[in-house]
Design a protein. Sequence first.
Length: 540
Amino acid sequence: MQRRDFLKLTAALSAAGLLPFWSGRALAAGRPALPIPDLLTPDIHGAVRLIAQTGTSHWNGKAVNTWGYNGALLGPAIEMTRGKTLKVLMENRLPQATTVHWHGLEVPGEVDGGPQAAIAPGSQRTVSITPDQPAATCWFHPHQHGTTGYQVAQGLAGLVVLRDEESEKLLLPKQWGVDDIPIVLQDKQLTAEGTGIDYQLDVMRAAVGWFGNLMLTNGVPYPQQAVPRGWLRLRLLNGCNARTLNLAASDKRTLYVIASDGGLLAEPVQVETLMLLPGERFEVLVDASNGKAFDLVTLPVKQMGMTLAPFDAPLPVLHILPLRVMASGSLPDKLATLPPLPASDNLPGRWLQLMMDPQLDRLGMQTLQQKYGKQAMAGHEMKGHAAAPQSNAAGHHHQAMAHQQASNGHDHAMADMSHQSASGYDFHNGNKINGLAFDMNKPMFAVKQGQLEKWTISGEGDAMLHPFHIHGTQFRILSENGKPPAPHRQGWKDTVHVEGWRSEVLVRFNHQASAQHAYMAHCHLLEHEDTGMMLGFTVE
Ligand SMILES: [Cu+2]
């Protein structure tokens, strides 16, 4: 038997709970195996089929109605190759309209799957994707305006594994599900009976996002994975609606970050903890050659609503158990050639001011504190009025609009705190960009195809996290929340951290997007997006 086949067999046995005698003792009884999504490769016509459907998942011994692609929950990992056209035949067997957005892929607007590309229940849609960008771990998920958060929470999300010639030449671990391990991380909230996903888009979630107390890794709580000894490659996706994750190894072993959203970094970056915002991907290599078992854990974060148990302490999300078989991948010193950042002084610029309606901000925080107590506030004070933005005092001098917004919030809040209830307020357009809630019929601006631009995204005026995502591009971060980006965030990215301050990115759009199929730029905290913090733009 070839070693490759043996490893595959080992993985298959491990998944089936039938490990060989020499490793069987090591796996803890009762802990589920990590489900590995199928790698979906094109048929002889260069096509794959993606069916959005309903199904049943089992958590805590109860059957729960969930949604998935080609299955009951989540989806396959679709393999794509740079320069090769892949046809995706999509079918909607859900009771409501949905779209399939290719998050991170640079594809034309009509392929991108934004809110204008709705597929009605019972209908089909086919797109042709010819990726022309470096190898990367991307993903696909619904982008139906107003219900994106709901549909993702029901279980709709899958990975895209984009390959190219250069990256295949590297000796990185590349045996799917053996030493190249996809990891989709999501939190969920189940109903009190435990038989349904308890999704709510109310004033509290519109402000802080939907969150839950059940943490899932590829759809199961705290699974285990037997691995060969040596280098492991973890393809990490934060697929949470709103929750930031802060990953580490339980024994603090080094994580070697090799890729961000849009592909390989120039060289590996060593970190002990790795923050992933909602929608972000990173690939890390971990050295498992000492044969010792360890956990991948998520550490507590300071994000409103996300501090509650079990996230108030390091929470294990995956138990990793090295076997006696040796792995064959390695960690190269050099990974990819990234173009140097061009001078950005004379580039066309755009200013995107993220705004939360002060009333939404206040009512949302108020409800959060009433429901869950002070420990849910992540250190933000509710002194009977909207939270004072703590980290952005300086911003008010620079940005009149944000200042106005913030101070209005305070006055307003003080005036009607006592007689305003969350029930009488319509929050559905409570989140905005440049003063406007998302309007599907009005692209906000037009960008010239191929033109490099500098976009500044500002979160001045509120204290919330805004993981900001732009369609149709992989960009470079010039500054992130007023600071130079961390080394592992200096490569290709499609999501940038905005929190109380401003971030600058260098964007270019190589494909066109018409008004009928505009590209989106939005907060990837899905409840902010669904309540208006999104804009459409064209590329001509
Ligand atoms: Cu946001």
